[in-house]
Design a protein around this ligand. Structure first.
Ligand code: XMP
Length: 517
């Protein structure tokens, strides 16, 4: 999407865990929004001519020695500003008010009583028992700057929201972006539409048409290659480029031998239906022979990542005059690299197409760089992808290799594939599949004693992992009905040769992770 054509709201990041959520809420209101680090220059802000600026919350105190600051000039640009939590405290400090340092935190639900009618509270009841909001702060505003008035309070926070009397500058101590704040979306949309006069023009339909147009401008008459996994990100990337330049896009689908049961067939059938130009590479033998004898999870991941790059490169070198490599990079990856805190520590290395750009020296096309995951799903629907594919559970690049603890062998792969297929069948049959984030089977590297008929068995254990999550950063085990768990267990033990025990994984993330390796 060409930024010059879009209305933009800026979120300046002061390190809050909910900064991305602010941006997502703004986009849900169909207003395009970008996150930038707090220390972006005033010149850069001016160059983007945003319709509004939101200052996020953050863990610091405005009195900290290295407290993140913005220039006071920000408030003289004649652009509406909404300060949230730390953002409100900073606004107060910079405009001459007083913030009280506190060693105690107010954390949790509070009742917000609106004291003054104001644009940002348009349509919301004043007084009364108040509205439920979410608070999470230590310091608080003790004295508002000259020219402001208090527009809401809560029992423990006398200045819970403030507004300038004549200029479009606001501060709220509560967090309008979180779901616990029932009036949060009202406050944000009032700011966007009543204060900033934004128009709701950020829709996936408008995104698709301008993304296609932009790709066409950049790559018409030239060749693009793309690694397709069948996941929603790479598929949407390919569909957009295909719509723009047709057969000049070649998609490469590598079967690494670590896919789920029937995975390759299902994905290829779908891609064919969309008339994508796909090269299918059967690289099962290569991957499995490289993985022979390897038990260490990180080694497995590295081997799979490196081998993938080799296979992809070889295949790509058969296509002449390629100019571009397409990738399904999403917005959270983009902001992570420029974020306030820097990327969070790597816990497991994620190897999909990570090393490709450096190796291949091709120019990149990344049409999803501006999208959050939920927006990619909406774009997928817009492009005509069926519900089942759009809402498929995520599947890791290293595939079943990181769900087989210990060595990956053909026999173990085949046991896991059958068990996994049963989990998925039962999850879909009961409709639970669509309610959870991920569901799969894991093959453990131990055997246990059982009894079948009159015979003693000594067979494998399968763990079933089903989790609820919003973004995979945190997750909880799904509370599936016992009947469903019982059916999954019965079927696996009865139908999958070599398995005599099934366990259900009831660990949350953190401290566990979603995958077992
Ligand atoms: P963890 O196990 O870190 O997984 O809690 C979080 C999410 O990421 C997926 N995952 C991966 N996805 N390549 C991927 O594309 C990988 O190497 C990889 N490892 C984990 C996992 O399935 C879950 O959705």
């Amino acid at each position: 999407m060409s930024k010059s054509r879009m209305q933009n709201v800026l979120v300046l990041d002061f390190g809050s865990q909910t900064t991305q959520l602010i941006a997502r809420r703004v986009r849900e209101a169909q207003v395009y929004c970008e996150i930038h680090p707090y220390n972006i220059s005033i010149q850069e802000i001016k160059a983007m001519s945003p319709k509004g600026i939101i200052l996020s919350g953050g863990p610091s105190s405005v009195y900290d020695k290295d407290a993140p600051m913005v220039s006071r000039e920000l408030f003289d640009l004649d652009i509406p500003v909404l300060g949230i939590c730390y953002g409100m405290q900073l606004t107060t400090l910079l405009l001459g008010g007083r913030v009280e340092k506190s060693s105690r935190r107010e954390y949790g639900h509070a009742k917000l009583i609106i004291d003054q009618p104001d644009k940002i509270f348009h349509g919301l009841a004043q007084g009364g028992i108040g509205h439920q909001v979410w608070m999470s702060h230590g310091d608080r505003v003790e004295e508002i700057p000259a020219g402001f008035h208090v527009i809401a309070h809560s029992e423990s926070c006398p200045i819970a929201a403030m507004a300038h009397e004549s200029r479009p500058i606001y501060g709220v101590q509560f967090h309008p972006e979180v779901a616990h704040t029932e009036i949060g979306m009202d406050v944000l949309t009032n700011f966007l539409f009543k204060v900033c006069s934004c128009t709701p023009d950020w829709t996936m339909r408008s995104f698709v048409s301008s993304a296609v147009e932009e790709i066409r401008k950049k790559a018409e008459g030239r060749k693009v290659i793309c690694a397709l996994s069948g996941g929603v990100d790479s598929t949407v990337t390919a569909l957009l480029i295909n719509r723009a330049i047709g057969d000049n896009l070649t998609c490469i689908f590598v079967n690494n031998g670590l896919l789920r049961k029937n995975e390759a067939e299902v994905v290829l059938a779908f891609l064919k239906q969309f008339k994508l130009n796909v090269r299918y590479v059967d690289a099962e033998d290569r991957f499995l022979s490289r993985l022979k004898g390897v038990e260490d999870p990180e080694k497995k991941r590295k081997i799979i990542g490196t081998e993938f790059i080799k296979v992809f490169e070889e295949e790509a070198s058969r296509i002449e005059h390629v100019d571009f490599l397409a990738q399904g990079t999403l917005y959270p990856d983009v902001i992570e690299s420029v974020s306030f805190k820097g990327p969070s520590a790597t816990i497991k290395s994620h190897h999909n197409v990570g090393g490709l750009p450096e190796v291949m020296k091709l120019e990149l096309i990344e049409p999803l760089r501006e999208l959050f995951k939920d927006e990619v799903r909406k774009a997928a629907e817009e492009l005509g992808m069926p519900y089942e594919l759009v809402n498929r559970h995520p599947f890791p690049g290293p595939g079943l290799a990181i769900r087989i603890l210990g060595e990956v062998t053909r026999t173990r792969l085949s046991i896991l594939r059958e068990a996994d297929a049963i989990v998925l069948e039962e999850m879909k049959e009961s409709q639970w599949y669509w309610k959870v984030w991920q569901s799969f089977a894991v093959l453990l590297p131990i055997r246990t004693v059982g009894v079948m008929g009159d015979e003693r068995t000594y067979d494998h254990v399968v763990a079933v992992r089903v989790v609820d999550s919003l973004d995979a950063m945190t997750a909880d085990w799904s509370k599936l009905p016992y009947e469903l768990l019982g059916r999954i267990s019965n079927r696996i033990i009865n139908e999958v040769k070599g398995v005599n025990r099934v366990c259900y994984d009831i660990s949350s993330k953190p401290p566990a992770t979603i995958e077992w390796e």
